[in-house]
Structure formats: C-alpha cells, structure tokens
Design a protein around this ligand. Structure first.
Ligand SMILES: NC(=O)c1ccc[n+]([C@@H]2O[C@H](COP(=O)([O-])OP(=O)(O)OC[C@H]3O[C@@H](n4cnc5c(N)ncnc54)[C@H](OP(=O)(O)O)[C@@H]3O)[C@@H](O)[C@H]2O)c1
Length: 259
C-alpha cells in the first residue's frame, strides 16, 4: 500500500464522487487534508468519512467555495500552508460534464467547462508550486478517457480534458528540475453524480451503464475506489519515477477499437 503518512494534500471536488473517495483513501493512508467544494454539507460528510477512515479531526481543513473564484483559490492554498506548514500533494479533481456537439455547444457552457475543468487547475497548480517545491511534492490531475480518445457529442468536456492532459505533460517537464511530479488519471465511466448533473435523466443513466458493459473491455463500469487508489499511488513515493503520465483507469476502454 502507498504511504501518505503525514503528507498534506489539497483535494478539489472533495464533496462528491471521486473526490470524496480520494479523501477517504488518503485518510486510510495517513494523509492530512484540505477538502474543498461548494456544498458545505457534502464536504462535512466527506470530512466525517475521512475521520472514520483514520485522519484525526484536527488534521482536516474544510474550505467551501467556487473553485473558479481566485480569492477562494488563494485562501485554499494560504490556509492549508498556515494550518499544516506544508503542502505535499494537489489533486485537481473538481470537474463538470455536459453533452453538446460542434453544432449545439453554447459558448457560455464551453467557457464554464474550461473555467472549472482547466483554468482552475492551472491557477491552483501555479499557487501551489512554491509549496510543492519545498516538499518535492506531486500533482495529480483527474482527467478522463475523453482526454485520450475521441467521442462525438461531448465536445467541450473532451476539449477540457485534452487540455488538462497537456497541462500534465507540460508542467511535468517544467517542474521536473524541482523534483515535483505531475500525472493524470484518465477514468472510464464511473457511475457518479456527474452524469445527472450533466443533464442526463435516471433512465438515460441506466441505459448508459448497460451500454458501458460493451464499451469497457473488462465488461463493466469502474468504481470510485479504483480511481482513488490510482490517485493515491501517483501521489505517493511509490510512483517516484513517474511524471508526465496519463494513467488510464478505464477497464481497457482506451485500447479498444471498433471493428
Ligand atoms: N464519473 C465519471 O465517469 C468520470 C469519468 C472520467 C473522469 N471523471 C472526472 O472525475 C472528476 C470528478 O468527477 P465525479 O464523477 O466525482 O463527479 P461529481 O460527483 O459530480 O463531483 C464533482 C465535484 O466537483 C466539484 N465542483 C464542480 N464544479 C465546481 C466549482 N465550480 N467549484 C468547486 N467545486 C466544483 C463538485 O463540488 P460541489 O458539488 O460541492 O459543487 C464535486 O465535488 C471530474 O473532473 C470528472 O471530469 C469522472
């Protein structure tokens, strides 16, 4: 098991899904954490689950707000450094999804997608670099299969994830001399709230999950814990010679080809 004992991590989008699962996994591995998201109640639920998994209550900081707000981002980093005296890991997980093609994508939706999924990760990474330099830390970006393969009908989302993957690779090179590692996980379909929030009905989600049995080589969708464990590995010293990587956590979906 990776060891995150005493490491200080910021996890964005910690109020739900993969972010919550990552917080719990990090708690099991001994990390101290700042959890952020907009929904205070859900964040508190994540904090509670993390305490139950092993993180002492006083080693969890909850910062509520919109990740697109630069004041929030600065507070997040400053408060974390102030409380814990160090930052070892940044997990850029907060993200939104929506359908839309080149013919139907509203540019306001496009701008919002890029703001949440890309700009916030760029800026937060920028703010963390001085701290990660001191700790020789790690960044893990939560990208998607949409970063590495092309699908029709979710253009803005796919563009945002391609940008995030390029952020991973470029910043990995830029920060390598400081011994800061930067990697992505690229999940396939993980049945969480993101689809509902992205506008799908319950029935459409059920249909998607059924369809996914044939679109993921392993014949099923993934689980939050499978992504969280990969994030924890990349954040830990077990991955000490891995940087600039996109790690698929997708049941083989990235390797498939229609025939
Ligand atoms: N689920 C999948 O199948 C899948 C597959 C590939 C990649 N991913 C990626 O995994 C990441 C997490 O997705 P998920 O499935 O766990 O989705 P989710 O359950 O919808 O969680 C999304 C998280 O992002 C936060 N968030 C969204 N907009 C925000 C904003 N403006 N400011 C602050 N926080 C914001 C949400 O916080 P609040 O609710 O508190 O606002 C929530 O904690 C995303 O980057 C997504 O693209 C998911």
């Amino acid at each position: 098991m990776p060891d995150l004992r005493g490491k200080v991590a910021i996890i964005t989008g910690a109020s739900s899904g993969i972010g919550r699962g990552t917080a719990v996994e990090f708690a099991l591995l001994g990390a101290h954490m700042t959890l952020t998201g907009r929904n205070q109640e859900n964040l508190q639920a994540t904090a509670k689950a993390s305490v139950e998994a092993g993180t002492p209550e006083d080693k969890i900081l909850v910062v509520t707000g919109d990740i697109c707000n630069d004041e929030l981002r600065k507070n997040l980093v400053d408060q974390t450094a102030q409380k814990f005296g160090r930052i070892d890991v940044l997990v850029n997980n907060a993200g939104i999804f929506t359908f839309g093609s080149i013919e139907t994508t509203d540019m306001a939706v496009y701008d919002k997608m890029m703001d949440v999924n890309v700009r916030s990760a760029v800026r937060l990474t920028q703010l963390c670099v001085p701290h990660l330099t001191k700790t020789k830390g790690a960044v893990v970006n939560v990208s998607s299969i949409n970063g590495v393969r092309s699908m029709s009908g979710c253009l803005a989302y796919s563009l945002s994830k391609v940008a995030l993957d390029q952020l991973t690779r470029c910043v990995a090179l830029e920060l390598a001399s400081k011994q800061i590692r930067v990697n992505s996980v690229n999940p396939g379909v993980i049945p969480k709230d993101i689809f509902k929030r992205g506008g799908m009905t319950d029935e459409e989600i059920v249909q998607l999950m059924e369809h996914c049995k044939s679109t993921h080589a392993l014949g099923r969708v993934g689980e939050v814990s499978e992504v969280a464990k990969t994030i924890a590995f990349l954040a830990s010293s077990d991955a000490s010679f891995i940087t600039g990587a996109q790690v698929p956590v997708d049941g083989g979906k990235h390797a498939m080809c229609p025939r």
